[in-house]
Design a protein around this ligand. Sequence first.
Ligand code: 4FM
Length: 230
Amino acid sequence: MQIEIATLFPEMCEAVLSTSIIGRARTKGALTVNCHQIRDYTTDKHNRVDDSPFGGGMGMVMQAQPVYDCWKAVLAQSELPTHTIYLSPKGKTLTQQRVRELAEMPRLFLLCGHYEGIDQRVLDKIVDEEISIGDYVVTGGELPALILTDAVARMCENVLPSPDAYTEESHFSGLLEYPQYTRPEVWEGEAVPPVLLSGHHKNIAAWRAEESQRITAERRPDLWAKWSNK
Ligand code: 4FM
């Protein structure tokens, strides 16, 4: 899997993606992520990438030219078929199902907007799919692109440290996870559920399955309805 991120804040993306599990996966070569500075592609002599909106109104709009030239240049760097995604609250909400499908694609181009928006004409020309990470608004597309990258990356082979983690919860059974406990056995007077100390693997698995179902029914009646009907 290869992911290209086009942004006005590549250092912000690079910092996050050099850390922890994704950072390690990139070092190992299990995953390729490249961050691109859209400003590097402006033809404006003052390096401008934004301007005030036609029709008036607050704030600034990212211009079509630097975004389009960045996209063309990055696409030309590889033969791989590339799926272009624009992160925006207007997009279809991301689900684990869509994450799994995106993880099967050879190459993604993630476009991050900032300010009040991007000129619609370049979006119409290059964007295959608009995706939202949820019904709330953040200041730019970078954090949403990082969330998408993280969610997709962990579905790719050799990214998660243990292949176990990869098969169980990462393939998302449709239920919420059971609670986890670690040492000490008693903390602030609260003991760990005794079954987890029993060494009885069948009982432990049964307890975890029950807890998953209980928590899902309690907190997410929507997920519970889907799961218990199939
Ligand atoms: C997006 C701000 C584009 C400015 C945003 C521009 C969001 C979301 C989001 C903010 N993206 N899911 N929710 N973006 O709030 O994906 Cl130009």
